[in-house]
Design a binder for this molecule. Structure first.
Ligand SMILES: Nc1ncnc2c1ncn2[C@@H]1O[C@H](COP(=O)(O)OP(=O)(O)OP(=O)(O)O)[C@@H](O)[C@H]1O
Ligand SMILES: CC(=O)N[C@H]1[C@@H]2OC[C@@H](O2)[C@@H](O)[C@@H]1O[C@H](C)C(=O)O
Length: 374
């Protein structure tokens, strides 16, 4: 089978910037990992993207670009192009000629029940600017085939699960948790298909809270939360949401959960309580899994919040499961999603499925993505 080298670009729901990674894959396994990089968005640009989520609510057809969304799409794409050029310049020579770029774009609207998902990102412009073929718009085809359009990272998690080091390789079922803006999980059994769905708020509520109440973009190292306590009634109110009672496939829009239920808390109590909400939301997913997991592998920015990981560990230990972060298994937890988009670009180029009935609810395994050549 062909071996392809791909760069993956992810700008997720946390809207904190662009993650980049490069790898070589045959579409089934990753044969070699290259370096990764992150480019942070400045605060003003992050606010502009945040504001665009409001504007995007007017979108009816996915090609609509109300207000300044067309300009913003161009700006996002040009920032990705600059990031790719910097990344390639920084790479050892053996990585400098990628076959493909996998481009996620910025999700500004996700309405799975309407079959509508919108990622701002002009793949043709990126291909021209970067000078390499681009695979983009990877969620749309899944929706056309009855899927939620998210999460897409499970195909990659399943590949990672096949190459975990001991003792983790044999600890199945294993669950990969991506604690990004929203959290999502991939359940990998010893045999059979992976099961995946979004599990609830990840970092978004914490970020919004500490930004509004404390003027900082995120609770670095969970230090703000360390000064506070969990307010159990608030956690209970969040977990009362009907979303948690539904089995998968299911996916969330960034704005499906808001700070409304946390209003009135002190800064530190709010940060601590919302970290607990993130952990409890993940633990609740066990109700919808075929069997209780033995191992949780935490990826995404939220693994750096010791309260999220600590609360998850406390809950998991009650069910005799172990919680590790990506690095414990030799993985790069900051780069996982960017790697996933590189891997998915390779699968798209080879015509392999990106999503499955058990991960997004599509009617049959389907490929996806649109290719743009320079
Ligand atoms: N040192 C840290 N301490 C605590 N939290 C952190 C730290 N670094 C990052 N984070 C959190 O992680 C978030 C970024 O996570 P990540 O990059 O996984 O999100 P994302 O790419 O938007 O993901 P997704 O697409 O899955 O929503 C930040 O907004 C912040 O809340
Ligand atoms: C529509 C959209 O962009 N969803 C994101 C978001 O962020 C996390 C979660 O919600 C997940 O469903 C998805 O991203 C990951 C990377 C995915 O598709 O696997």
């Amino acid at each position: 089978m062909a071996l392809l080298t791909a760069i993956g670009l992810m700008s997720g729901t946390s809207m904190d910037g662009i993650d980049l990674a490069i790898l070589r894959s045959d579409g089934a396994n990753v044969l070699e990992f290259g370096p990764s990089m992150a480019v942070a968005y400045d605060a003003a640009f992050r606010r502009r993207i945040e504001a665009s989520l409001e504007t995007a609510k007017a979108i009816v057809r996915r090609e609509d670009r109300p207000g300044d969304l067309r300009d913003l799409e161009r700006e996002i794409t040009m920032r990705h192009a600059a990031a790719v050029k910097d990344f390639i310049r920084s790479l050892p020579s053996k990585w400098q000629e990628p076959d493909l770029i996998g481009f996620h774009g910025q999700t500004v609207l996700h309405r799975p029940h309407l079959g509508l998902t919108v990622q701002l990102g002009d793949g043709a412009l990126l291909a021209r600017e970067a000078g390499f073929p681009v695979v983009y718009d990877m969620r749309a085809n899944d929706m056309i085939h009855g899927g939620q359009g998210a999460p897409l990272v499970p195909a990659y998690h399943a590949a990672l699960a096949r190459s975990l080091p001991e003792p983790y390789a044999t600890m199945k079922p294993a669950v990969f948790v991506n604690v990004g803006g929203i959290s999502n999980i991939t359940y990998v059994p010893a045999s059979g298909d992976p099961v995946a769905f979004d599990t609830g708020p990840g970092n978004t509520l914490i970020d919004q809270w500490v930004s509004r109440e404390g003027g900082v973009p995120y609770d670095a190292g969970g230090t703000i939360a360390s000064e506070g306590g969990v307010v159990a009634e608030v956690v209970a109110r969040y977990l009362d949401n009907p979303f948690f009672g539904k089995s998968g496939p299911k996916s969330l829009d960034r704005n499906d959960f808001t700070l409304a239920l946390a209003e009135g808390l002190e800064l530190a109590d709010g940060a601590r309580t919302l970290a607990n909400v993130s952990a409890e939301a993940i633990l609740k997913s066990v109700e919808h899994l075929p069997e209780p997991p033995r191992l949780w592998i935490v990826c995404g920015g939220g693994r750096k919040n010791p309260h999220i990981v600590g609360d998850l560990r406390l809950g998991a230990e009650k069910a005799a499961a172990e919680v590790i972060v990506a690095e414990d298994a030799g993985l790069d937890g900051d780069a996982t999603e960017a790697e996933a988009w590189a891997y998915l670009a390779v699968r798209s180029a080879l015509g392999l499925p990106l999503t499955f009935p058990t991960t997004t609810g599509c009617r049959a395994p389907v490929s996806g993505g649109v290719r743009a050549d320079p």
